[in-house]
Design a protein around this ligand. Structure first.
Ligand SMILES: Nc1ncnc2c1ncn2[C@@H]1O[C@H](COP(=O)(O)OP(=O)(O)OP(=O)(O)O)[C@@H](O)[C@H]1O
Ligand SMILES: [Mg+2]
Length: 552
C-alpha cells in the first residue's frame, strides 16, 4: 500500500481539531449495608439529592439521604441483586422519566417503563425529564377560567372545577372515589372526540398508588372499552411494587403531564391515592432512619404533598416570554388527588394536610353511599373555592339555588321523620329536595354532557317536578335526556354560549318537561293499574301526598 504523507497529516490535523476532551467525573462508592429496599453507600462524596445511582447488576437507586459519611438511597428494581460491598456509581442525572405523546394509551411504572405488554417505548433522551421540577411561579400563572367538566351532575352543578385547579376527593374506603375519577376521564372525550392529536382534547394521567393490581387492570379495561385510553396515561405504583416506586409514581405522573401543559395542552392528573402514597413514603423514610413525627410520618410529608400539588397550574398566556421552559402559554394541569379517610375522620394528619393544600374538596360519605345516594357527595361540606369563576354562566344561574335547597332539605328531612304537622313552606322544601336528590343520582360510567345537566337541573329547580312522584324521577331523566338530545339542539347550543337562558328556550324546555312527565306517568300507570296491591299502592300514595300538601 502506498501511503501519502500529506493525506495522513490532514486527517490527523482534522482529528486534532475536532477533538473535544470529554472527561466525565464519576463517583464510585461501596455498599455498606442493604436491606428492605434501601441501601447505605460509602464514598459518594459528590452525590446530588435525588440523583440516580447505578448498582452492580444494573439495579438503579435514588439518593435520598445525604449524610456526612454515607448516602442513603432507595433501590428501584430487583433489590435482591444488590449485595454488601458492591460498587455504586453516580450518573450525574436526577431521576427522570420519559414524556411525550408516545406514552398516551400506555400503562407504565414509576420509572416510565411500560408494563402493559404492548412493547417498549422508544423515547429520545431529550424527552426524559427529571421528576422533581420547580412549580410554575406566581407570574407564570393565571386564575382558572375554563371549566373542567367531570360529567357528574352533583359535581359540575354545585362543586364546579376549573382547569388548573386542585380539587381533593376524600372519603372512606369503598365510597366511589375511583368511580368519580373514571367518569371524569370518560367525560373528557367530549372535549376533543377522544383524539389525542386534537389540541382541544383534555389529556388524562391516572396515577395508581398502593392499589390492588386487579383494580388497575379493571380501570384500564374500562377505559379501553370506552375509547378513553387513547388520551390517557396510566402510571401504576401498585401495592406489589417497592414502596419507593409507589410514592415516586405521583411525581412521574405529574412530570408527564407537565410536558403537555408546557406545550399549551390541558391535562387532568389523578392521584389515587395520596394516603397510600404517604404510607409508602413513611415506610421508605423510616427505613432510611429519618425521625418519625406525627402519626409516625416523617416531618416532610406535608412538603411531599405540597411539592406535588403545586405543580398543578393554569399557565399564563405570557409564560413563554417569562421562562423559555414553556413552549406555549395557556396550558393547564388540573389535579384531582384522592385521600382515603378512616371512619370519616377528616381531621387526621394526612387529610388535613391535603385539604389545606388544595382548592376545595369533594367529600364522599359512606352513609349516603349505603343509602343509595350515589355519587355519595356530601354537599354541605364539599366546596370548590375557585372553580365557580369558570362555570358556564347559564349553569351558574340555574344551579345557583341547588346547594341551599339541598342543604335545607337535609336539615328538614331529619326533623320531618318525627313530626306530622308540617307547614306549607317546610312541606315545599321537602318536596323539592326529595326530587333534587333523585335528580342528582347517577349510575357509574355514564357521564352527562353539561348542556343536558343544565336542562335537567332546570327541571328540578324550576319546580317542574314538584308534582311528579320521586320514584319515577330517574325514568323521567332517561326520557327527558333522549327528548332533549333529539328535539332541542338549538337550546343546547344556547346553553353553552349564552349569558342567560332566553325566554324562548325556557318555554321550549318547560314544554318538554311537561310532555315527558305525562309520557312517563302514562307508561308507568298502566301496568300498575292492572296489578294488585303493592305496585298499585304507590300511585295513590303519591297522589295522597300531593293532596296533603295542598291542604297544609
Ligand atoms: N355512582 C355509582 N353508582 C353505582 N355504583 C357505584 C357508583 N360509584 C361507585 N359504585 C360502586 O361502588 C364500589 C366502590 O367504588 P370505588 O371502587 O370507586 O370506591 P373507592 O372509594 O375508590 O374504593 P377504595 O377505597 O377501595 O379505593 C364499586 O363496586 C363501584 O362499582
Ligand atoms: Mg379506589
Amino acid at each position: 500500500m502506498d501511503l501519502r504523507p500529506a493525506e495522513v497529516t490532514s486527517i490527523l490535523e482534522k482529528e486534532i481539531e475536532s477533538y473535544r476532551g470529554q472527561s466525565a467525573l464519576q463517583n464510585v462508592g461501596t455498599v455498606l449495608s442493604v436491606g428492605d429496599g434501601v441501601a447505605r453507600v460509602w464514598g459518594l462524596d459528590d452525590c446530588m439529592m435525588n440523583e440516580l445511582l447505578e448498582f452492580a447488576g444494573g439495579v438503579r437507586g435514588v439518593a435520598l439521604n445525604l449524610e456526612e459519611d454515607n448516602v442513603g438511597c432507595v433501590l428501584l428494581g430487583d433489590v435482591t441483586k444488590v449485595k454488601e460491598g458492591d460498587q455504586v456509581k453516580t450518573t450525574g442525572r436526577i431521576l427522570s422519566v420519559p414524556t411525550g405523546d408516545a406514552l398516551l394509551g400506555r400503562v407504565v411504572n414509576a420509572l416510565g417503563d411500560p408494563i402493559d405488554g404492548k412493547g417498549a417505548l422508544s423515547i429520545p433522551a431529550e424527552d426524559y425529564l427529571p421528576i422533581e421540577r420547580p412549580a410554575p411561579s406566581v407570574v407564570e400563572r393565571q386564575p382558572v377560567k375554563e371549566p373542567l367538566q367531570t360529567g357528574i351532575k352533583a359535581i359540575d352543578t354545585m362543586i364546579p372545577i376549573g382547569r388548573g385547579q386542585r380539587e381533593l376527593i376524600i372519603g372512606d374506603r369503598q365510597t366511589g372515589k375511583t368511580a368519580l375519577l373514571i367518569d371524569t376521564i370518560l367525560n373528557q372525550k367530549t372535549t376533543g372526540g377522544g383524539d389525542p392529536k386534537n389540541p382541544a382534547q383534555v389529556l388524562c394521567v391516572y396515577v395508581a398508588m398502593g392499589q390492588k393490581q386487579a383494580t388497575v387492570v379493571d380501570l384500564v379495561g374500562r377505559l379501553e372499552k370506552a375509547g378513553a385510553l387513547a388520551y390517557t396515561i396510566v402510571v401504576s405504583g401498585a401495592a406489589t411494587e417497592e414502596a419507593s416506586m409507589q410514592y415516586l409514581a405521583a411525581f412521574s405522573g405529574v412530570t408527564m403531564a407537565e410536558r403537555f401543559r408546557d406545550e399549551g395542552r390541558h391535562v387532568v392528573v389523578m392521584y389515587d391515592d395520596l394516603y397510600k402514597q404517604a404510607l409508602a413514603y413513611r415506610q421508605v423514610m423510616l427505613l432510611l432512619r429519618r425521625p418519625p413525627g406525627r402519626e409516625a410520618f416523617p416531618g416532610d410529608v406535608f412538603n411531599l404533598h405540597s411539592r406535588l400539588l403545586e405543580r398543578a397550574a393554569k399557565l399564563s398566556d405570557e409564560a413563554p416570554k417569562i421562562n423559555p421552559r414553556y413552549k406555549k402559554g395557556g396550558g393547564s394541569i388540573t389535579a384531582l388527588p384522592v385521600v382515603e379517610t378512616q371512619e370519616g375522620d377528616v381531621s387526621a394528619y394526612i387529610p388535613t394536610n391535603v385539604i389545606s393544600i388544595t382548592d376545595g374538596q369533594i367529600f364522599l360519605e359512606s352513609s349516603l353511599f349505603n343509602s343509595g345516594v350515589r355519587p355519595a357527595v356530601n354537599v354541605g361540606i364539599s366546596v370548590s373555592r375557585v372553580g365557580g369563576n369558570a362555570q358556564l354562566p347559564t349553569m351558574k344561574k340555574i344551579a345557583g339555588g341547588l346547594r341551599i335547597n339541598l342543604a335545607q332539605f337535609r336539615e328538614l328531612a331529619a326533623f320531618a321523620q318525627f313530626g306530622s304537622d308540617l307547614d306549607k313552606a317546610t312541606q315545599a322544601t321537602l318536596t323539592r329536595g326529595e326530587r333534587l336528590v333523585e335528580l342528582l343520582k347517577q349510575p357509574q360510567y355514564q357521564p352527562v354532557p353539561v348542556e343536558l345537566q343544565i336542562m335537567l337541573i332546570h327541571a328540578g329547580t324550576s319546580g317542574g317536578l314538584d308534582d311528579f312522584p320521586p320514584k319515577l324521577v330517574q325514568e323521567f331523566e332517561k326520557a327527558f335526556v333522549e327528548g332533549a338530545r333529539d328535539g332541542l339542539p338549538d337550546v343546547a347550543k344556547e346553553l353553552l354560549t349564552a349569558k342567560a337562558l332566553s325566554d324562548g328556550a325556557k318555554a321550549k324546555l318547560d314544554a318538554l318537561i311537561k310532555t315527558t312527565k305525562a309520557q312517563v306517568l302514562a307508561t308507568h300507570a298502566e301496568p300498575e293499574a292492572g296489578k294488585e296491591k303493592s305496585p298499585a299502592a304507590s300511585q295513590p300514595a303519591a297522589a295522597k301526598k300531593d293532596k296533603k300538601q295542598g291542604h297544609a
